[in-house]
Write a protein that binds this ligand. Structure first.
Ligand SMILES: Cc1ncc(COP(=O)(O)O)c(C=O)c1O
Length: 460
């Protein structure tokens, strides 16, 4: 792209015109600034337009040789890139990245996806990544990059393996199969925590639970776990209730039961909530939540000590899963290979996205999440009709905010939808009384402010 200096507009925003042999500049009063550049020699024409009003940049190119027209637009608000090409030969327009629906998703998963993902898909298309073999060096280098940046972003130590499965629910099943011979123990703070227990029962294990009182501070000292339990499962942030168990509380459990491994469902907690991998033995999540990706990929992070348990179960004729046993998953992860033909598009996107998030900075992600969650909780209070479902401030989720609504949930969601924002209703039987709002890194501060304004203006 051509770089050039702008002449200063006068206060009235009139239209000065600057011309040289191959370059001219003009400004349309107060609305649009237009550059055009005729590339010396090639005869191609480039136009760069900057809308002062919206802050958007448009870039238009006409190729003299092919006669094709290319139109590239960068939206400042969504950070989306649109690229449109008109072929003179066929007369067909190609829309490589069409103008997207401008609705903002504050749903708790699937949620708004990172706009960068469309660019990654475009690159993958150009490089034909969706056709490569999962045994190729190209795939291994994608896996390696994902592994490297996930370790840096989430602070995952070397003695943990990173494997890819289909979903968080599949991770629950694999963990039970590979680590529990007879008995598991479950800490329940919502429906997803309960799902972990149900899966263990379906795998024919004996189970016990501690049901947290969601409306008073979780006191982990009160827990009594039988010495026979081989695994404790904890849901870091339960998306159905908006209840979060903080790391210091998990540390108390570990100190009380140092010999029982802990599996952490981190589905709606990462990357915001920091995981202390010194006190847990496995963590997992699906990518359609805090990682702002399309659904269809589960990330399983497990300690190498679990491999011995998996081998022991196999030697004693327990079903530890077929291809998906921890021994095989770890062997392949060490070679940056998947056990079966995996969701290569999703692993590619995850690899690029983890690198982006790492460079963006985990501290910035955390500060922004806290700022937005404060904004939202303050808005609930000011609204006069919303209040957090979880009454214990210490366990209020910062990433999935669940509020009880005194106003009709259907109408409220409809009002927000008509104004371009989609939120989630309460989980299952709470769907008519509660709303759930995602506060993941992909929900921008700007969009969150708009949501807060709408909540406050509703019904006034
Ligand atoms: C905390 C938690 N765990 C597990 C799951 C299940 O995820 P998946 O449907 O990807 O298996 C969800 C989905 O909402 C969740 O929020």
């Amino acid at each position: 792209m051509v770089e050039c200096k702008l002449p200063k507009l006068d206060a009235a925003g009139s239209s000065p015109v600057f011309r040289s042999k191959d370059f001219f500049y003009t400004a349309i009063p107060a609305k649009l600034i237009l550059f055009a550049y005729r590339l010396v020699g090639s005869g191609n024409l480039f136009f760069l337009c900057h809308s002062r009003e919206s802050g958007n940049l448009f870039f238009l190119c006409h190729s003299r040789e092919s006669g094709n027209l290319f139109f590239l637009c960068h939206s400042r608000e969504s950070r989306n890139l649109f690229f449109l090409c008109h072929s003179r030969e066929s007369g067909n327009p190609f829309c490589l990245n069409s103008m997207p629906n401008t609705k903002k998703y504050f749903t708790v998963g699937p949620t708004e996806v990172f706009p960068q993902i469309y660019e990654y898909i475009q690159t993958a298309r150009e490089e034909k990544i969706f056709s490569i073999s999962h045994r190729s060096p190209e795939f291994s280098s994608i896996y390696k990059n994902a592994d490297k940046y996930l370790r840096q972003l989430l602070n995952i130590p070397d003695n943990f393996h990173i494997a890819f499965l289909s979903s968080a629910t599949e991770c629950m099943e694999r963990i039970i199969e590979n680590t529990v011979e007879k008995e598991s123990f479950h800490i329940i703070n919502g429906f997803f925590a309960r799902r972990f227990r149900e899966i263990s029962e379906q795998c024919s294990k004996q189970t016990n639970e501690y049901k947290i009182n969601l409306h008073s501070k979780f006191e982990p000292y009160e827990l009594e776990i039988p010495g026979t339990a081989e695994l404790i499962t904890i849901t870091h942030n339960d998306t159905s209730s908006g209840h979060a168990i903080e790391m210091p509380q998990i540390k108390v459990i570990k100190e009380k039961y140092p010999n029982i491994p802990i599996a952490l469902d981190a589905t709606t907690s990462v990357p915001y909530y920091e995981i202390d991998f010194q006190i847990i033995d496995a963590a997992f999540y699906s990518v359609q939540k805090g990682f702002g990706m399309p659904p269809g990929l589960g990330v399983l992070i497990f300690k190498n000590t679990f491999i011995e348990k998996s081998k022991y179960l196999s030697a004693n004729n327990f079903n530890r899963g077929t291809f998906f046993n921890f021994e095989r998953l770890a062997e392949n992860a060490l070679k940056f290979q998947a056990t079966v033909t995996p969701n290569i598009p999703a692993i590619y996107i995850l690899s690029r996205l983890s690198e982006y998030l790492y460079n963006y900075g985990i501290d910035t992600i955390r500060k922004e999440t806290e700022l937005k969650s404060k904004l939202l909780y303050d808005t609930f209070e000011k609204s006069g009709y919303l209040r957090p479902y979880i009454e214990s401030v210490e366990n209020l989720s910062k990433t999935t905010l669940v509020a009880v609504s005194d106003k009709d949930v259907d109408e409220l969601c409809g009002y927000l939808r008509n104004n371009g924002i989609e939120i989630s209703r309460g989980y299952r039987e709470k769907k008519d009384d509660q709303i759930r709002i995602a506060n993941f890194p992909t929900q921008s501060i700007l969009a969150t402010e708009k949501l807060c304004e709408l909540i406050l203006s509703y019904g006034r």
